[in-house]
Structure formats: C-alpha cells, structure tokens
Design a binder for this molecule. Sequence first.
Ligand code: OOG
Ligand code: MG
Length: 243
Amino acid sequence: MTDLATIAERLDQAATSRTVTPQFGADAGLDVPTAYRIQEAVVAHRTARGERLVGLKLGLTSRAKMAQMGVDEVIWGRLTDAMAIADGGTISLADHIHPKAEPEVAFLIGGGTIAAVAPAIEVIDSRYVDFRFTLPEVIADNTSASGFVVGAWQPVPAGIDNLGVLLEVDGRTVQIGSTAAILGDPRRALAEAVRLAAADGVELTDGSVLLAGAATAAVPLKPGAHVRAVVESLGAASLKVTP
Ligand code: OOG
Ligand code: MG
C-alpha cells in the first residue's frame, strides 16, 4: 500500500501546482477510513501554510450529484479561510485545474444548532484527471473542495425543506433543483456532518460554516462567466470568473 503521507503530498502538490494527478488505483488499497486520514493530512498541509479551518462541507447529499460523480455515499470535507470567496467576488481560472460551480445552502452553526442560513456557491476542483475518482479517492482529495461563496446570512425561513434552487450563468438558468434534494431536508446536514466528522474526532464548533451539499449537478466554469445561485426566499450568491 502506498504511504498515506505520500498520497497526501501528491494531492497537495496537485492543488498548489494546478495540475491533475492520476487516480491512485486499486494497488493503493484505499478504503474510506484511510481516505479520511489522508484528507486530514492533505488539509494539514494547508494549515501548515497558515490557513485556518472555518467549517465543514457535505458532498453527494443529492441524487443528482451521486449520479453525476458515479458514487453513492454522503461524504464530508474541511473548509479553510483561504477557500472563502467574497459574495460577488472574482476567481481566476489560472488558479484552478478544471473548476465547477454548484448551488448550495450554507448554515452558520451557533449554540450547537443552525443559527442562520444563506444561499451559497461551492467551487469544486478535483485534483484527479477528468474529475474521475472512486469514493475513497474523492474523500482523500478533501471532497474536491476549492472555494465557496456565502450570500447574506438570515434566519431559517419556513419551508426550508423545499425551496427552489437555480444556478445561472450569464443570466441563463443552467440547473434547476430544490433544497428537498439535499438529504430530503437540508437541515439534516447538521446531524449528518456532526455524526460523520465525530467519527474522525472533528467537531463542528460554534461560528463554523456548514455547506449542506449541492442541490443540482455542478457546471464547469468558463472564462468571463458570471455565476449566480438563487435560492427561493433566501436570495442569491454570485461570483465572476476571469481567465
Ligand atoms: C465531490 C464533491 C461533491 C457536493 O456538494 O455534492 C460536493 C465532487 O463532485 O467532485 O461537494
Ligand atoms: Mg458541494
């Protein structure tokens, strides 16, 4: 089996150099618990460079995403302050490999519960060739985490379990979904994240952000694109893409 530290090093290198790495393949003998240990080591490279953990994300919480990525288990990853993109802010394609955007709902954790909610966009950027991976491989790659935009925080509205979600590119709707696609009710993301992270000794502390998971499939980002995620009753979050 390939050494965990070596795999973590390779994934970190791929991210910092913006070049893909091949999948590790069956010889690496990766299983899910090992993959989470690699993820921890990958993110430790970031914190060693001064990044700070600010929250967690869930992935593959919707059928659309499971089908798109060909895997079928909820996964979680770590968010750092360096991944935060201002609402309406700009990202450069040159700083990424092959980024995609997906509309999400973000929760602010306070008092161990959901203190506020916001519309959000997650930018995912797999470090693997062609965005193809096995479940342990994507977990090791910090679940493709790259960036996230959070819109205005607000109280949890009535009907949060079934709000319309749109992803727009240059004013055109490219994906349509519902918050119901996120675990049947996005509020379930809190208990899921607490349970999954606790298994690895990680807590979702007050002030943390939790990305509940995409409500639709993800869309590749093109230079010049203006991307907006709109969540009914919550408003929008947006970002621009430069070459
Ligand atoms: C894995 C990350 C999935 C989500 O919201 O489902 C994810 C990937 O699709 O590369 O963030
Ligand atoms: Mg996501």
